[in-house]
Design a protein around this ligand. Structure first.
Ligand SMILES: Cc1cc2nc3c(=O)[nH]c(=O)nc-3n(C[C@H](O)[C@H](O)[C@H](O)COP(=O)(O)OP(=O)(O)OC[C@H]3O[C@@H](n4cnc5c(N)ncnc54)[C@H](O)[C@@H]3O)c2cc1C
Length: 457
């Protein structure tokens, strides 16, 4: 007979925040003190900041998929699936497993760290024709797609088709979009040597953003440097511009330009996971409103953090400031929330989260980079060394570190290659197909489901 009465801690999401939290709980709690369970659709923690380098083929997909099962202290039970609703009243999380079975997981403490999804707008054709840059599958797919455009342009006898296949549009001038455009432009530029039939003048990358500046976090001078680097490399930057509509063979900009293209990459921001809306609690632009201790007010034992939560940014000193959605905060919040869960378990006071931003690193591929660690503005090789050094040290396992370093060295020595794997070639693969945003329940459906299953038991 199972007579376990230990408190049950359920962590949702194995990203920066969730994994740091689980690892800390494993280290600091004895196995008798609590049972820790993790819900995650994938068996890895994705190191998202290096995703553009997977899309450009500098890194292999596996190198940034950090195993969840390598820690020596590993003892967490992992449920392979996604949480689709949380019933705060009965303390039950509803999960759709990877075999599509719906199961209820009761908890005493829940830590919500499901991250964010790509933010889209009501732009005609967008979700049907754009790619995102938020999952490993998307990055791998985009790589294949871009190489297939080179292959098809090379083979085509039709000048209009050739020109269209060699134009690429990236929307979003934050670090994700800028790095994606920069890394992929470098790939297509290097391709010219291997595709002698392609006129290099036809390869054109557009980077557009509705905002008046690229990466405003960098400040004016460094932001301008980044723009100069990209412009020198032939990337056409259009600011104050967005997309009017997207079709299978062309994209219309809001300034009236119609760009014939088969490639639209949409990285115009993120929004909290739809899971947060299933709680029926207060949100701030989609992120769950929590205290500086990362607790949901009025609900004991409910914690939220990372991209999914609006955690007050105490270091900024402004009342309404919330932490930006960055890995830098998510990792630290993960550790901090674990300490607060443990404090609650042991009837000790919780501590508010505070962290002063360390700055930003932006890898533009090759020797190009801009970085602002601790307010110091760097360009070129020093910036690149800081960017890569920072990411490398933040990778959680030595295996991941070795894979990434080996890939960087190999790419530096042997250059890019243009292998199209074709794994997903026949599957629909646009924004709406990768992020499963339609799997969530409404708060009423969660309640009805939990009450219905309770009656059956
Ligand atoms: C291309 C790109 C580049 C970036 N570069 C930088 C950078 O240079 N520096 C920086 O600080 N930040 C960067 N970021 C932002 C950073 O990656 C995020 O802020 C960070 O990943 C947030 O951590 P998180 O734990 O909240 O979410 P994530 O790391 O996204 O983790 C969320 C996890 O939850 C899982 N999940 C989702 N839904 C569910 C569900 N319903 N049930 C269970 N599990 C679920 C996901 O599969 C994922 O494993 C970048 C982001 C992108 C996309």
């Amino acid at each position: 007979m199972n007579t376990v009465t230990r408190p049950r801690i359920l962590v949702v999401g194995a990203g920066f925040a969730g994994v740091e939290c689980v690892r800390r709980l494993e280290r600091k709690l004895s196995p008798d003190e609590a049972d820790v369970t993790l819900v995650t659709p994938f068996a890895y923690q994705l190191y998202l900041p290096l995703l553009p380098q997977v899309a450009s083929g500098v890194l292999t997909p596996q190198s940034i998929a950090v195993s969840l099962r390598r820690s020596k202290k590993y003892r967490t039970r992992i449920i392979p699936g996604g949480a689709i609703g949380v019933d705060l009243k009965s303390k039950v999380c509803v999960i759709r497993t990877i075999t599509d079975k719906i199961v209820n997981e009761p908890y005493d403490y829940i830590v919500l760290a499901p991250g964010s999804v790509t933010r889209t707008f009501d732009i005609p054709g967008l979700t049907d024709h754009a790619f995102g840059m938020k999952t490993l599958a998307e990055a791998a797919y985009i790589r294949d797609h871009v190489i297939s455009q080179l292959d098809l342009a090379d083979a085509s006898q039709d000048p209009a088709e050739r020109a269209a296949r060699l134009q690429f549009v990236v929307v979003g001038g934050g670090y994700a979009g800028t790095e994606t455009a920069a890394c992929l432009q470098r790939l297509t530029h290097a391709a010219v040597k291997r595709y002698p039939r392609i006129d290099p003048g036809l390869i054109k990358w557009h980077l557009i953003d509705i905002a008046p500046k690229l990466m405003p976090e960098l400040g004016d001078k460094l932001g301008r440097s980044a723009q100069e680097i990209l412009r020198r490399r032939g990337i056409e930057i259009s600011l104050g511009v967005s997309i009017e509509k997207a079709g299978p063979e062309e994209v219309t900009f809001t300034d009236g330009r119609v760009i014939p293209t088969r490639t639209l990459i949409w990285t115009a921001g993120v929004v909290a996971s739809p899971l947060m809306a299933t709680l029926g609690a207060e949100t701030v632009r989609g992120r769950l409103a929590v205290t500086a201790e990362m607790c949901l007010p009025g609900h004991d034992g409910v914690f939220a953090l990372g991209d999914a939560a609006a955690v007050p940014d105490l270091a900024k000193g402004e009342e309404s400031a919330v932490c930006p959605p960055t890995a830098q905060h998510a990792m630290r919040q993960g550790k901090h929330v674990a300490d607060n869960v443990i404090a609650t378990l042991r009837n000790r006071p919780m501590q508010p989260y505070t962290h002063k931003d360390l700055g930003l690193v932006v890898d533009l591929g090759g020797k190009d980079a801009v970085s602002k660690p601790l307010g110091v503005e760097l360009r070129g090789l020093p910036a690149q060394a800081v960017a890569r050094g920072y990411h490398w040290s933040a990778l959680r396992t030595n295996v991941a570190k070795t894979r990434v370093m080996t890939n960087w060295l190999l790419n530096a020595v042997a250059g890019d290659d243009f292998v199209r794997t074709g794994f997903q070639a026949r599957k629909p693969a646009k924004l709406k197909d990768f992020e499963y945003t339609d799997m969530y329940l409404t708060p009423e459906q969660v309640r009805a489901h939990v009450e219905g299953t309770a009656r059956q038991d």
